[in-house]
Design a binder for this molecule. Structure first.
Ligand SMILES: [Zn+2]
Length: 281
């Protein structure tokens, strides 16, 4: 299968669906990450041009670690708009990748770039099969299934339609975070007003956010403030009911880390057959 994950920035796919991406690669499927923005706005010391170059190197390392294709478009951060030109660029791009499954942002999101990506994916969806739209690239014969990454916006609420066990992927997701030095150890801590520790071991603990064991309760996880292991642990705690429904009480109640996805109604219908095909985990 071809799987296309479309984020606004070079950490959106990584942290929201990086575990799922790795699961697909392990099964022999092709995974492509597209970042529609180039990272230009994401630093407080480096110039925009230096930040773009640094992010590109970090993303190349992520691609190598995961075994995926990674494309970064030349749109500057905080400038992406859902206009016709960008929609057509996206239609052509998606047709060339020819995905079975697309995962992206919801258009309900705090960040204008995330909103624009969500809107662009929705706007492109039906046009993918319309031959007279962008006739220079052959139209798809069938729309891909489209799903949204987890977010925390409530109006309307995010639904955990598919919630997956990511216990096996927590380490690689921390490795991904570690690669994104300019983002994870420099820019984001600056925006949060956090001090980042020196030293390899201390930085690993900082990345995790808290030490999560078999005894850690969902309440403790939900009370934790930050961290990349915490982030996926919060998803497991938030969707405990869905995990138990999917995996049964015994396994579902013990899962520490998860990723969650919501169905977009504008792609191919996610039948039970397609659910089994896309999410055999
Ligand atoms: Zn983002």
């Amino acid at each position: 299968m071809n799987i296309l994950m479309i984020g606004a920035h070079q950490d959106d796919n990584e942290f929201r669906c990086g575990g799922l991406a790795h699961k697909y690669v392990k099964l022999g499927h092709n995974v492509t990450f597209l970042s529609m923005c180039n990272g230009s706005g994401g630093h407080h010391i480096l110039t925009p041009a230096e930040t773009v170059a640094t992010r590109a190197k970090e993303s190349a390392k992520v691609a190598e670690l995961l075994g995926i294709t990674y494309d970064v478009w030349d749109n500057n951060d905080c400038s992406l708009v859902a206009d016709l030109e960008t929609r057509r660029r996206l239609i052509r791009y998606i047709r060339k990748v020819n995905p079975d499954l697309v995962i992206s942002h919801r258009p309900n999101d705090y960040h204008a770039d995330h909103r624009a990506v969500g809107q662009l994916v929705q706007d492109a969806s039906y046009m993918l099969i319309v031959p007279h739209e962008c006739p220079d690239v052959p139209a798809m014969r069938k729309m891909p299934v489209i799903m949204y990454n987890e977010d925390h916006f409530t109006n309307p609420d995010f639904a955990g339609d598919i919630v997956l066990d990511m216990d096996d992927e927590n380490d690689i997701k921390l490795e991904i975070a570690k690669i994104n030095v300019s983002q994870v150890f420099e820019w984001l801590p600056y925006t949060y007003g956090e001090e980042v520790p020196e030293g390899e071991a201390e930085r690993w603990e900082y990345l995790k956010g808290m030490n999560i064991t078999a005894e850690t309760t969902d309440e403790e996880v939900m009370a934790a403030k930050r961290g990349y292991a915490v982030r996926n642990a919060k998803t497991a705690a938030r969707f405990r009911k869905e995990l138990i429904e999917r995996y049964g009480e015994e396994r579902g109640s013990k899962i520490r880390y998860a990723e969650a996805f919501m169905l977009c109604e504008y792609g191919e219908k996610l039948t039970d057959e397609l659910k089994a095909k896309f999410f055999p985990f």
